[in-house]
Design a protein around this ligand. Structure first.
Ligand code: PMP
Length: 386
């Protein structure tokens, strides 16, 4: 049963049972309409109510400044790799006749920022790698030092892009990268540490996050965008300037003007997100979640540090609170650890297929008590095999 299982999945991740149960009821019969939340128009009073309430919940939770928009978009985090470029270049094109020449700067700290860079290259935008920690150190497992950050010159940079938490490698920023050149749009992929700590929005211009880790089921990406970035050149002018024009669905301005309801939005997903937000607010909101995330991850890192059979490749200062990655000293022992965990109903601990190993994802639905159970297991496994 649900009660027996601890779901350590990296995403889609587990959700609080109270939220899932409430959602299940609403999927059958929403607000006593005799229709489920997946069976009503996104433009109905109930549908738009869900959109507006979810936005309000997020604004409240983050104390979001009024000069930020929240967009609910589709296509996952992956679609945002492209969307940010189209929108940022269209924005620069309003003020800069040479916008086409501006260079997108990427800080690569793991698979997801690398994928974002690859998308920019695929689409033909001028790109520059401000730092790639694998090139600097031979592996992804740290953050670049300030002195390693080599940006394109101020005035020549379109955007600076970073991934706040690398879900596969388990590398997390503590604060946004340093010394970002003036005029660059600061773009943050916060997909896997969203809703786990407070965010200083004065240090961001665009921040996006897919729902399927800390916020709810897959299907919606939340995009926080500074109002000024929504000002952009018109499509015919972009054509004249030779700047690629986004699809309608990736156009932030169109999404903002239509309250994210340009086309059919998956309202059930949004409703599940909002139920989750309300639940987390009830628990104490971001201050509570932030504290819990440190507590849970520190407990796990502590036991990993204690036994030499566990190998963690991430620098102490870059350790993720959300995805704790490690290897066991031999493949045999690692398999044994995973099988033993499953016997105890601790599920989905296997590392990403691209790098292997073990990955403990500690999103919001994982409680301190559940983390303690895992730690107890890692402790006895470590003691037995050291
Ligand atoms: N960025 C990060 C940090 C991610 O973890 C993921 C997905 N795991 C993505 C982007 C891509 O998200 P999606 O699968 O929704 O496209």
């Amino acid at each position: 049963t649900r009660q027996d299982v601890i779901n350590f999945a990296a995403g889609p991740a587990g959700m609080a049972t109270d939220v899932v149960e409430e959602y299940a009821k609403d999927f059958v019969n929403f607000q006593n309409l005799g229709m489920g939340v997946g069976e009503i128009s996104h433009r109905s009073k109930e549908g738009t109510g869900i959109v507006n309430r979810t936005e309000q919940s997020l604004r409240r939770m983050y104390g979001l400044p009024d000069n930020f928009h929240i967009l609910f978009m589709q296509g996952g985090g992956t679609e945002q790799f492209a969307a940010v470029l189209y929108n940022v270049y269209a924005h620069h094109a309003l003020y800069n006749p040479n916008a086409k020449e501006l260079v997108a700067n990427y800080i690569v700290t793991g698979s997801w920022s690398k994928k974002a860079l690859n998308e920019a290259q695929r689409l033909g935008f001028p790109c520059h790698v401000a730092a790639d920690t694998k090139e600097l150190t031979g592996k992804y497992g740290c953050l670049p030092k300030d002195s390693d950050l080599n940006y394109t010159r101020a005035g020549e940079t379109s955007l600076v892009y970073w991934c706040d938490n690398e879900t596969i490698h388990g590398v997390e920023y503590n604060e946004p990268p340093a010394n970002i050149p003036k005029g660059a749009v600061r773009v943050c992929d916060a997909s896997s540490n969203f809703i786990s700590r407070r965010i200083d929005f004065t240090k961001h211009d665009i921040l996006f996050a897919g729902a399927q880790k800390n916020a709810g089921p897959a299907g919606i990406t939340m995009v926080f965008v500074r109002d000024s970035i929504l000002e952009r050149a018109l499509v015919p002018d972009l054509h004249k300037m030779g700047i690629p024009v986004s699809t309608t669905m990736a156009d932030y301005k169109l999404m903002a003007d239509s309250n994210s309801l340009y086309n059919t939005l998956p309202i059930p997903t949004l409703h599940a997100i909002n139920l989750g937000l309300q639940y987390m607010e009830g628990k104490g909101g971001l201050p509570f979640l932030e504290e819990a995330s440190y507590k849970k991850s520190e407990m796990v890192y502590q036991v990993l540090d204690k036994y030499p059979i566990y190998e963690n490749f991430v620098d102490t200062c870059a350790r993720s609170r959300m995805n704790v990655t490690f290897r066991v000293i031999s493949q045999d022992l690692e398999n044994k650890l995973l099988v033993g965990a499953e016997k105890l109903h601790m599920m989905q601990l296997k590392g990403h297929r691209s790098i292997g190993g073990v990955r403990v994802s500690l999103y919001n639905a994982i409680t301190v008590e559940e983390t303690e159970q895992l730690v107890k297991y890692l402790e006895s496994f470590g003691a037995e095999h050291s």
